[in-house]
Ligand binder design. Structure first.
Ligand code: PLP
Length: 373
């Protein structure tokens, strides 16, 4: 079936008691056993599992075409679970343009437990040179944040697998509508559900989807249930609700982002635009090959340095000055200012999460803001 259909139907159970069409929210933290002590529906205790969480995991898994999925209380909790599942001493190869919250997590929480190198993964031919005898995980993030760099999932995965290295791909920027890393060879896909899955800037959540239900995955499931970084039933309910419109929302995000990128690219006060759907993107051909659509995120460098970049974000009226992404409202951010001091992000870079407002209104707003320079 197609994604539009899966997003609406996968995992939904009509309520047997009330015949409600939409699966109700189950707040109960514990579940009744039968006389013989069995648990007929498989639910025992709310930390371990819950009907709304099970539904959320089913629909995410189905959209991704995976073997199983696990939901978490945030994207960072999902990422942390991967790192916790590795044997101490394992070496991780991660991108230099990695989501800064997970980069910081590795440095702050796994220093001395795991080894990690942050390298440029846009040139897959260099991967071999980063591999050590104890390398056990390759972390891919594409398109990357905030520079929209593209890494070749298929090629990187092939090299990693030849060297017995597992591959996890942070697919938050793309969503399963724009890219399916499992179909390109990745072992596990990671999501911040706070972004496009939630889509309305009002839920924090995360997810992992696996290609294989193997021993590694069972260890991950164990960490989810014993560690307890799980989403509440209400959050799962609202995520399921939001995911029903994900394919249509993504279409709007992609449409608007593409037109905004084209507008910015020809603007005399813009130095360059980073959007994988522009032929000027250095990895446009690769993006066309591995992505199903180019996504709703873009960054651009303003001519004249930091001062002008700040002037632009001070002058926008419709765009909201805030971090995060994937909501229906457009957000703009002076990215270097929110990243750690050693950031490689250029100081004249503005990152935009293109929302679902009318494109003419978005262009008119950014245009008047650029006129202020
Ligand atoms: C937001 C984000 C995360 C972290 O997710 P949270 O839900 O904020 O914990 C990880 N990776 C990427 C690419 C993100 O944008």
């Amino acid at each position: 079936m197609h994604k539009e259909t899966i997003a609406i139907h996968a995992g939904n159970h009509t309520d047997e008691g009330s015949h409600a069409v939409i699966q109700p929210i189950v707040m109960s933290t514990t579940f009744v056993r039968d006389d013989d002590g069995s648990t007929p529906k498989g639910f025992i205790y709310g930390r371990a599992d819950n009907p709304n969480r099970a539904q959320l995991e089913k629909v995410i898994c189905a959209l991704e075409g995976g073997a199983d999925a696990a939901a978490f209380s945030s994207g960072n909790a999902a990422g942390m679970t991967i790192f916790q599942s590795l044997k101490p001493g394992t070496h991780i190869i991660a991108p230099d343009d990695m989501y800064h919250g997970l980069n910081s997590q590795l440095k702050a929480m796994f220093n001395g437990i795991l080894e990690f190198d942050f390298v440029d993964l846009t040139d897959a031919s260099k991967l071999e040179s980063y591999i050590k005898p104890n390398t056990g995980l390759l972390w891919i993030e594409t398109p990357s944040n905030p520079q929209l760099k593209i890494s070749d999932i298929k090629r990187l995965t092939r090299i990693a697998h030849e060297n017995n290295i597992k591959v996890v791909c942070d697919n938050t920027f793309a969503s399963p509508i724009c890219q399916l890393p499992l179909s390109l060879g990745a072992d596990i896909v990671m999501y911040s559900a706070t972004k496009y899955f939630g889509g309305h800037s009002d839920i924090t959540g995360g997810a992992l989807v696996t290609a294989k239900n193997d021993g590694w995955w069972q260890n991950i499931r164990n960490i989810q249930q014993l560690g307890g970084a799980v989403p509440a039933p209400m959050d799962c309910y609202f995520l399921v609700r939001s995911i029903k419109t994900l394919p249509y929302r993504m279409r709007g995000h992609v449409h608007n982002a593409h037109l905004l990128a084209e507008f910015l690219e020809q603007h005399p006060k813009v130095e360059n635009v980073m959007y994988p759907g522009l032929p000027s993107h250095p990895q446009y051909e690769l993006a066309k090959e591995q992505m199903l659509a180019f996504g709703g995120m873009l960054s651009f460098n303003v001519k004249g340095g930091t001062e002008n970049a700040i002037k632009v974000i001070q002058s926008v009226r419709l765009f909201t000055r805030a971090t995060s992404l994937g909501g229906v409202e457009s957000l703009i951010e002076h990215r270097a200012a929110v990243e750690p001091p050693d950031t490689k992000t250029p100081w004249n870079l503005l990152r935009v999460s293109v929302g679902l407002e009318h494109i003419d209104d978005l262009i008119a707003d950014i245009s008047q803001a650029l006129d202020e320079i």
